[in-house]
Design a protein around this ligand. Structure first.
Ligand code: ATP
Ligand code: MG
Length: 502
């Protein structure tokens, strides 16, 4: 007998001697109920992420498989459950219906209508919410820009339709407004917009929904709402549901922009669930798999190849920091997962520079390639001059004499800062931004009082839209600044200056 045979016979003997009676006769029942989490004993064959059925028809989601019990997230009506209620596994995983009817609606984490309008009706198939990210051969790096309509972003932090661009900073610094403005700008594009509200106040979500209606863009937007009044379980599930809905449209060859507002609250919801499930807390009491939670969500953004229909999913995750601490656990994780970051700045915001984007820190890792040569030419100058200006401005707070050269740099910086200010709900097209940048960079605004720059901007764009249709089509098509194009731009600016009385 060789050693393998000896081992085998020992195992067989051991099995023979083990009394298995009773092992499978444990009743499957709830042994502990916590905040939307149930511990179930005896559900031996339960699988991770499986849906289970409680005795009174309520469903649960298996989240934790321990040796002696199973941790289940309760999906609704927690109040109706009691210790001792029986539980059955179903062999199903969490799924939602997928259909076009989501467009223009507000739905919950289960894909159900919650906007007070007609409920969904019709035949549907259920689709799993944890769908795999497209693998590398299914993706194709075609680079089509996603215009936001926000001057500071389209000029200096341009974004592609597949990118994951993080919007990050403290409370009340304009994060959600950047998303909303970008959505409004899609009115004239074919991009579908999905807003996933995680732990937001219902009143704020309602306001967003109203604004989308007011600007006639609602029909191409979907809101998935798991508000702050919903249990942590729903806040945890909402982004995966939103993402699955986005993938449905992407797989039909459409371009989708999805905003997760915000993933800090998502992480807090998951931490709450994990602590109830007695998972060991790690850094900042978050469970060790928190990185995977967000990476598996954001990896699902991407551009599909020709065979799969050219659809794309662009993701705008939002993270809220505490006093600008980007070295905290969740901000560092998500910064490392994303392809670029828009950092906001509280000082800029309070001093009236809105959107309060810190152009020195913010990046889009593809910025050099996502722009036309024309925009790139202006944008690099703008970025350098603004960064210099902000450094100088900080330095000058301490009061020191400045030479004429520095004074000129400061003046130019102030002009650019004014030029990049933008009211909310007022996105503008990239071809319009080019005109403004040309005027700013070539000194056409230098003699002006700073307060009148926004008026000058309005006049310029009005002139462009009403009297220079040819120039608009040239700007839309142009990749470089040809002498003929430059002549036209100059003509527009000079005409406007003489017309302008400010
Ligand atoms: P929170 O942390 O509460 O989610 P936030 O960072 O998402 O806040 P917003 O809600 O977008 O910030 O904006 C905060 C306030 O600033 C709002 O009242 C909004 O209307 C205002 N605001 C944001 N951007 C602009 C802008 N460009 N022009 C004028 N007001 C703005
Ligand atoms: Mg917000």
């Amino acid at each position: 007998m060789n050693s393998a045979d000896i081992l085998l016979s020992k195992i067989q003997q051991q099995i023979k001697n083990t009394d298995l009676s009773g092992r499978f006769s444990v009743r499957w029942e709830i042994i502990k109920l916590m905040d939307w989490v149930a511990l179930v004993a005896g559900l031996n064959e339960a699988r991770f992420n499986e849906i289970v059925q409680f005795s009174n028809g309520i469903q649960g989601l298996v989240m934790d498989l321990s040796r002696d019990n199973v941790g289940v997230l309760i999906l609704w009506n927690m109040a109706q459950l009691e210790i001792g209620d029986s539980v059955e596994s179903t062999g199903e995983v969490m799924s939602i219906p997928l259909w076009e009817m989501y467009l223009g609606r507000v739905v919950d984490w289960f894909g159900q209508v919650i906007d007070g309008g007609a409920k969904f009706d019709g035949k549907y198939e259920m689709w799993v919410i944890e769908y795999p990210a497209p693998w590398v051969m299914d993706r194709k790096p075609v680079n089509r820009p996603l215009e936001t309509g926000i001057k500071a972003i389209d000029t200096m932090i341009p974004i592609w339709r597949w990118q994951r661009e993080l919007i990050i900073w403290d409370r009340q610094t304009g994060k959600t407004s950047i998303i909303l403005d970008t959505f409004l700008h899609q009115k004239n594009t074919d991009v579908i917009c999905i807003y996933v509200a995680i732990g937001q106040k219902n009143a704020k979500v309602k306001q967003i929904s109203e604004t989308l209606k007011e600007y006639w863009i609602n029909e191409k937007c979907i809101i998935v709402n798991a508000s702050s009044s919903e249990p942590a379980v729903m806040q945890y599930l909402a982004p995966y549901v939103g993402c699955r809905i986005g993938e449905y449209f992407r797989d039909r060859g459409q371009d989708v922009l999805i905003a997760y507002d915000d993933l800090s609250k998502h992480a807090i919801a998951y931490r709450e669930i994990s602590l109830l499930l007695h998972r060991p807390p790690a850094r900042e009491a978050y469970p060790g798999d928190i990185f995977y939670l967000h990476s598996r969500l954001l990896e699902r953004a991407g551009q599909l190849n020709e065979t799969l229909g050219w659809g794309s999913l662009t993701a705008f995750p939002v993270v809220e920091t505490l006093e600008g601490d980007i070295s905290a656990y969740i901000p560092t994780n998500i910064i490392s997962i994303t392809d670029g970051q828009i950092f906001l700045d509280m000082d800029l915001f309070t001093s009236g520079v809105k959107p309060a984007i810190d152009v020195g820190l913010s990046v889009s890792r593809v910025w050099w390639a996502a722009q036309s040569q024309l925009m790139k030419r202006f944008a690099s100058k703008l970025r350098v001059q603004l960064a210099n200006f902000r450094e100088l401005a900080k330095f000058l707070q301490f009061g020191s004499d400045i030479d004429a050269d520095t004074e000129q740099q400061i003046h130019q910086g102030q002009i650019f800062t004014e030029l990049l200010k933008q009211q909310k709900y007022a996105p503008i097209a990239v071809y319009q931004q080019i005109i403004l940048l040309y005027a700013g960079i070539n000194g056409y605004l230098s003699d002006m009082n700073l307060g009148s720059i926004s008026q000058r901007e309005k006049t310029l764009l009005f002139e462009l839209e009403t009297k220079h249709k040819d120039l608009i089509s040239q700007l839309k098509d142009a990749d470089t600044l040809t002498p003929a194009l430059e002549k036209e731009i100059k003509k527009l600016i000079k005409n406007t200056i003489t017309l302008d009385t400010v």
